[in-house]
Design a protein around this ligand. Structure first.
Ligand code: HEM
Length: 489
């Protein structure tokens, strides 16, 4: 502490916009909708690292690939904690793998994820992802206007089968409804951020707008209890009864039970980590896949080029499969670029620092909120030529590319808290993209005179960034595509 005291005396915090006495930047903190944009603007003004202060907390924002790697990866030992989030603590989700402090229970959950979702294991799930993508294609053919919901079902369908052995076959499915409720939590739950910055905000009087929080907990808790426990207990009960269950993350890890090797701690880790397969996996995959559809609407040349590659390599009488991936580099580059162009988590998920530190002469106090600014990193002209343009070519030739940074960190996070489902997630998005490109064309709609209407895509941002439902003409490419889709089961 003596050393810390000295450092604090001597070294400045990273630069940042001017704050006010005592309350610091409290009144300057942009709200959820604008935070990514404002932080991007500030990154241009204040450089690779800037800081903000609110009572009791320092927020450090990292705006370049280098600063983020230097701290969150190279100094991962002290940058891998999570910020406590009032909402998730209140609903007993504070120790799920995503929100858990950096501790042995987090390591245990990560180990389970690694066994099930490590790079060399995820091909086990290809049949599930291929089947779910077929359902997606059929859905898009029958109800193209409902593309958003079809993609949402696809994303939820993959993770509910993989997590709990439950197949989502219709929009009325209870798991599908749960995933929709979670979507709301993910968006609105992040509004609690003000409360999380300082405990005084937890005691706001009921007339204060922030008190919506208490009602929000009451309303959302039942669904969150099912996602965080109910789904798991169903599988556990069936297995204890000796019934045959569909294989899943939950059932596979619970098999240790039959060998008498399961501790209460392990059971709890299976339950807590399983909850986040659904929570972390459904909405993110959905947002990315709809973002891809938006990208194709806005960038017809890229779409056409990807389709030409598929036609050349695969032909027109079968669908692309995972085993074709190496021969479809342009399609894969479209996936990377869709991820980069609008990162689904534009400010990642905050880490928290675990010790005082100094970076390039700047003081970073223990307990700071550390934000990796993916929006700034994916638009950084030092990493990307003409960063605002949608250019899949920037990653070619594969596998090395032409020197531009593959955006997988800025999309999936950093260091010891990197997305534990990223290989699975990438595969889900890839198969959806490849198969949609093989069978559909996404184009602007036409007006009464037959002219294309200029497409318009708007985004909403809370914790995640999504393309708001937009108007597009999503139609099978030709008769061959219709026939192909009709044969899918
Ligand atoms: C396109 C889809 C996805 C995106 C863009 C995404 C992105 C992210 C990001 C940015 C983080 C935070 C990393 C950090 O703190 O530095 C994260 C964490 C996490 N993700 Fe994903 N994710 C996706 C899909 C999935 C899926 C399908 C699963 C589960 C199978 C999953 C499980 C997790 C878990 C468990 C964490 C927390 C890791 C930890 O705190 O140790 N994600 N994800």
């Amino acid at each position: 502490t003596h050393l810390a005291f000295r450092k604090r005396q001597k070294l400045p915090l990273p630069p940042g916009p001017p704050g006010e006495p005592i309350i610091g930047h409290l009144r300057k903190l942009p709200d959820d909708q604008n935070r990514a944009e404002v932080f991007y603007e500030w990154s241009l003004k204040y450089g690779d690292v800037f800081s903000l202060r609110v009572p009791g907390k320092t927020m450090i924002v990292l705006n370049s690939e280098k600063a983020t790697v230097d701290l969150l990866e190279k100094r991962g030992a002290i940058y891998s904690d999570r910020v406590r989030l009032g909402y998730y603590d209140a609903i007993d989700w504070g120790d799920t793998i995503v929100f858990s402090p950096y501790n042995p229970f987090h390591h245990l959950q990560k180990k389970l994820y690694h066994q099930s979702f490590g790079k060399h294991v995820v091909s086990e799930y290809w049949p599930v992802q291929e089947r779910e993508s077929n359902i997606l294609l059929k859905g898009l053919m029958d109800y193209p206007q409902a593309y958003d919901k079809q993609v949402e079902r696809f994303s939820g369908g993959v993770v509910s089968d993989i997590g709990f052995g439950h197949r989502i076959e219709s929009f009325d499915d209870e798991y599908f409804q749960l995933s929709q409720q979670w979507g709301r939590v993910a968006h609105e739950g992040s509004r609690t951020s003000l409360l999380d910055l300082h405990p005084i905000f937890a005691h706001l009087p009921s007339w204060f707008p922030g008190a919506w929080f208490v009602n929000f907990i009451k309303e959302t808790r039942p669904a969150m209890d099912i996602i965080g426990g109910g789904n798991y207990y169903k599988v556990e009960k069936e297995m204890e009864r000796g019934s045959l269950v569909r294989p899943s993350y939950t059932s596979k890890h619970l098999e240790a039970m039959f060998r008498g090797e399961i501790s209460p701690e392990l059971r709890r880790a299976i339950r807590k980590s399983g909850a986040t397969i659904f929570a972390a996996g459904a909405e993110t995959t959905w947002s990315t896949t709809t973002m891809f559809i938006a990208c194709m609407l806005l960038h017809p040349k890229a779409q056409q080029k990807a389709q030409e590659e598929i036609d050349r390599v695969i032909g027109r009488d079968r669908l692309p499969e995972f085993t074709d991936r190496d021969s479809l580099p342009f399609v894969t580059a479209v996936v990377y670029e869709s991820f980069r162009w609008q990162p689904v988590l534009p400010l990642g998920l905050p880490h928290q620092s675990m010790a005082d530190d100094v970076y390039n002469g700047m003081f970073i106090p223990k307990g700071s909120i550390i934000i990796a600014n993916s929006r700034a990193i994916t638009w950084d002209p030092r990493s990307y030529h003409d960063p605002r343009s949608f250019k899949p070519e920037r990653y070619l030739p594969q596998p090395e590319g032409a020197g531009e940074v593959f955006p997988m960190n800025s999309v999936f996070g950093w260091g010891r808290r990197i997305c534990a489902g990223r290989h699975l997630a990438f595969d889900s998005v890839w198969i959806a993209v490849a198969r949609i490109l093989a069978t559909f064309t996404i184009s602007p709609t036409k007006d009464a005179e037959g002219n294309f209407v200029k497409p318009e895509v708007r985004f909403t941002t809370a914790l995640t960034r999504q393309a708001e439902p937009f108007v597009a003409d999503i139609h099978p490419r030709d008769e061959a595509a219709c026939r192909l889709i009709a044969t899918l089961n």
